[in-house]
Design a protein around this ligand. Structure first.
Ligand SMILES: Cc1ncc(C[n+]2csc(CCOP(=O)(O)OP(=O)(O)O)c2C)c(N)n1
Ligand SMILES: [Mg+2]
Length: 313
């Protein structure tokens, strides 16, 4: 799990650099600081489960098993990317790992997750759909409609709310009359637990417990992961809405050094682990950049392909 978090951190640091160099264009939202949520949760899910995420999804895709090569090429807009370069950073998609995006619309992933879970239920498949979304989504009608139908129809959805306290520049306390998000879920008679989203072990444990309940017919569950993004909302954000001191306080809870500290306390740490891990991850990220650089642009005459689905014969 430590290595998975490091892979995400280094991939995103490199992405920010490439964005400054105009190699990556469009929007770019970094997950740095929140890695424990995607990594802990993915550990607790199974290959047959489905994942739905937001535009802040590089970490979820990587932890789910989409390759760094395919993610980087997608961000470059190359055909070798996981969405053929047509989606970019916000629209990573990969059918092989059942990774259903990458959704740019706030709250837009929730109805998709409910639909996927409805299909699973009708077909009698014991699969979980894990749906990640920010706390900003709770202000959307889609959130309430999706939660209601999932509960009413007892669907196998695991709602994973990533509460990083801000929706762009709007603090949760400025937009919601009730800021206890678990209470919103219990209003739909859905079991809901708050989880320390900076602690990867706590995330894995809670997700496992919830996923077992969902998989065995216990209906939808809601997890509120309390987390924090260390970087700006996206690449354009002067961050005038939060104190630098607040960011510094949260950085003390960085999930990566915290896990190392935990491993040391448990006598599970050896001094050469870190250097080895860094070297392996650096190689992987360098290779992903090379792969993306060597990739191809979609030929112009392919531009309208996929506007309509192709006829199956
Ligand atoms: C329906 C909709 N409204 C507004 C936006 C613009 N927008 C993009 S990200 C964002 C904030 C969402 O915050 P949150 O859900 O907390 O996720 P976070 O960015 O913190 O991960 C907004 C308002 C959008 N993408 N979709
Ligand atoms: Mg947020």
């Amino acid at each position: 799990m430590l290595k998975e978090m490091l892979r995400i951190r280094r991939l995103e640091e490199k992405s920010a650099e490439l964005y400054q160099a105009a190699k990556i264009r469009g929007f770019l939202h970094l997950y740095i600081g929140e890695e424990a949520v995607a990594v802990g949760a993915m550990q607790a899910l199974q290959p047959q489960d489905a994942i739905v995420a937001t535009y802040r999804e590089h970490g979820h895709a990587l932890a789910r098993g989409v390759s760094a090569d395919a993610i980087m090429a997608e961000m470059y807009g190359k055909v070798e990317g996981c969405s053929r370069g047509r989606g970019g950073s916000m629209h990573l998609f990969d059918a092989a790992t059942r990774f259903y995006g990458g959704n740019a619309i706030v709250g837009g992933g929730l109805p998709l997750a409910v639909g996927l879970a409805l299909a699973d239920k009708i077909s009698g498949r014991q699969q979980v759909t894990a749906c990640f979304f920010g706390e900003g989504a709770v202000a959307e009608g889609e959130f309430h409609e999706s939660m209601n139908l999932a509960a009413l129809w007892n669907l196998p959805v695991l709602f994973c709310c990533e509460n990083n306290l801000y929706a762009m520049g709007t603090a949760l306390t400025r937009s919601e009359s009730e800021t206890d998000l678990c209470l919103k879920a219990t209003a739909f008679e859905m079991p809901a637990w708050p989880v320390d989203g900076m602690d990867v072990i706590a995330v894995e444990w809670a997700t496992k417990k919830a996923a077992v309940a969902v998989r065995s017919g216990g209906g939808p569950h809601f997890l509120e992961f309390r987390t924090y993004r260390f970087r700006a909302h996206s690449m354009y954000d002067p961050e005038l809405y939060r104190d630098k001191q607040e960011v510094e306080e949260w950085k003390k809870r960085d999930p990566i050094p915290n896990l190392i500290e935990h491993l040391k306390q448990q006598n599970l740490w050896q001094d050469d682990y870190w250097a080895r891990m860094e070297a392996e991850v650096a190689r992987e990220i360098d290779q992903a950049v090379e792969f993306a650089e060597a990739g191809h642009w979609e030929p112009v005459d392919e531009l309208t392909r996929f506007v309509y689905s192709e006829e199956k014969r």
